[in-house]
Design a protein around this ligand. Structure first.
Ligand SMILES: Cc1ncc(COP(=O)(O)O)c(C=O)c1O
Length: 445
């Protein structure tokens, strides 16, 4: 949307220069901003009053749709009742209650919950819990981690170290002692596969090579996203997660699933681990936990991991880790209200019901100009476009901008378009999303 010509819009705008925007081409954005001023249900409203269908649930996080009154009321009440109380050597009821509710949803056994404020903090917390657990068991030499190429685990130093996206790593130092499994994206063998790819389970066997190189007794944990999200929706090949689980068990490694995107109904089950029938030892959560209304993350760990750490001198702090806002009362209230909505509206399994329509709509893009691959699982989808000669990423960016101009929010990484709407989306809105997206792709050079 080029609003540079509209003096009334420009005069209502705040000065854009001071806010250093995250993961954004700041100079480009500020020349031609895309500003959203309100949201309700499935729609955003832009500063010039246009409705934009939310095809990406914000950043994969507004699972129950926008502007939920139940959450707003719970937050307001909580702010007036108890705005803040420490969680260090002190407590207040809500995070206890929330942890119990989360434990009812997580796979059996993963019923001990540590609170954070974001996905990145959840990842770094999970890695630290893994180290502390092995140390408490007398295996403190297990300090190495295994991540995966194309993995995204947030932006903390732990997260970028186990992550596998070059742009997030190259500028910064990363932790020593981290190896990466190969990614599983193989369009040559698996292009246009619906759901899980047929081929590629053997990529999990690379873990044997890493174990053989370093010795199993030096490795603390393996961390993967069950479905890689930010790298462009890469569902795991059939049998892959099962093999990782088997190998982790064989070598005494903890398996961490980063469910920051896949958690809270994105796949059609409450968590991807249930969808795939593979249970990790630790899960990281954030995003959908509060419907993105208030920042909050969590780590759910197997009870035995927690209990192993509940030792030592009486009165000793068992884990020297935590955040000022761990279990924040307002975030906890927002999360409890969110879980209530998920339950009442059966949203955590709704993606399974919608998935056939979603899949059919996405795969109808096959054969369209520029489209080289389509992937889907639950209510996640991706369309790869052939890069323009000498200008990789430009077709993806232009698609995103065109969609925004014509009424839909989609997310792009390079020339991959990712879609992941709120779980309240209706079938006619799915059709509308793909109509807008299709027209945007058709308009590309
Ligand atoms: C799988 C995964 N882990 C971690 C994160 C980081 O979460 P946050 O941005 O809340 O720190 C993300 C964010 O997209 C994610 O997709």
């Amino acid at each position: 949307m080029n609003t540079a010509a509209s003096p009334s819009l420009a005069s209502n705008r705040p000065d854009l220069s001071a806010f250093w925007m995250p993961f954004t081409a700041n100079r480009q954005f500020k020349l031609d901003p895309r500003l959203i001023v309100s949201a309700k249900g499935m729609y955003y409203t832009t500063e010039d009053g246009r409705e934009i269908l939310d095809g990406s649930a914000g950043l994969w996080c507004v699972n129950a749709g926008h502007g939920r009154a139940e959450i707003a009321n719970a937050v307001q009440q909580q702010l007036l009742t108890l705005d803040y109380a420490p969680s260090f050597q002190m407590g207040h009821p809500l995070p206890f209650q929330l942890a119990t509710e989360i434990a009812k949803l997580t796979p059996p056994g993963l019923d001990r919950v540590f609170f954070t404020n974001s996905g990145s903090e959840s990842v770094d917390t999970a890695l630290k819990i893994a180290l502390a657990y092995h140390r408490a068991r007398g295996e403190g030499q297990r300090t190495r981690f295994v991540g995966r190429e194309r993995g995204y685990h947030g932006v903390g130093f732990g997260g970028i170290s186990v992550g596998g996206l070059v742009n997030n790593r190259r500028t910064f130092v990363t932790l020593p002692g981290v190896d990466h499994l190969p990614h599983t994206h193989e369009p040559k063998r698996n292009a246009f596969q619906r759901g899980q790819p047929e081929y590629g389970a053997e990529h999990a066997d690379e873990l044997e090579r890493i174990v053989a190189l370093h010795g199993a007794d030096t490795i603390a944990a393996v961390i993967v996203e069950p479905v890689a999200g930010s790298a462009g929706v890469l569902p795991p090949p059939k049998g892959y997660l099962e093999r990782l689980r088997t190998l982790c068990d064989k070598h005494g490694l903890l398996l961490i699933f980063d469910e920051v995107i896949t958690g809270f109904g994105r796949t059609g089950a409450p968590f991807a681990s249930q969808y795939f029938g593979v249970t990790p030892d630790i899960m990281t959560l954030a995003k959908g936990l509060t419907n993105a209304s208030v920042p909050m993350g969590a780590v759910a760990a197997r009870r035995e991991i927690h209990d192993t750490l509940m030792t030592g001198a009486p009165g000793a702090i068992e884990l020297f880790h935590g955040f000022t806002y761990s279990g924040h009362p307002v975030a906890s209230a927002a999360a409890l209200a969110t879980l209530g909505i998920y339950e009442r509206e059966k949203l955590l399994t709704r993606a399974a019901t919608l998935s056939p329509t979603w899949e059919a709509g996405l795969h109808a893009f096959r054969g369209r100009r520029h489209v080289t691959d389509v992937r889907n699982l639950g209510l996640m989808g991706a369309i790869d476009l052939a890069p323009r000669d000498g200008a990789p990423g430009v077709r993806g960016y232009e698609t995103m901008v065109k969609c925004f101009q014509t009424g839909a929010l989609v997310r792009t990484t390079g020339d991959t378009i990712a879609v992941s709407p709120p779980l309240i989306i209706r079938e006619d809105e799915i059709a509308r999303l793909f109509e807008v997206l299709g027209a945007a792709i058709d308009s590309l050079d």
